[in-house]
Write a new protein. Structure first.
Length: 102
């Protein structure tokens, strides 16, 4: 009887150690979803030089919307694609949209 009680007590203690505490994480801005893998197709044949603009998550003010990658005219764009990101400004979090830089 005592042995059965000891085994029961040990099992209860082991099971209690398996319980995990639920933690709620809150942020002042929405997390950016993971970027899907894109397969870059061959560029269309045009007289105008094109460059691949990667797909990106666009923040609409209430949710993210995936904008798939596309070929865009090379002229008028910078040479470096900057993905969108959040940064903290003087009055709160600010979303910097994806854009081309020189």
């Amino acid at each position: 009887m005592l042995q059965r009680l000891s085994v029961t007590l040990v099992m209860a203690l082991l099971l209690a150690g398996c319980a995990t505490e639920t933690k709620v994480i809150r942020a002042d801005h929405p997390p950016v979803p993971p970027t899907p893998t894109e397969v870059i197709p061959k560029p269309p044949v045009t007289a105008e030089p094109l460059m691949w603009q990667p797909g990106y998550w666009e923040w609409t003010g209430s949710a993210y919307v995936w904008r798939p990658g596309q070929y865009v005219p090379a002229e008028g764009h910078g040479n470096l694609w900057m993905p969108g990101y959040w940064h903290q400004g003087p009055s709160g979090w600010v979303w910097e949209a994806p854009h081309w830089t020189s």
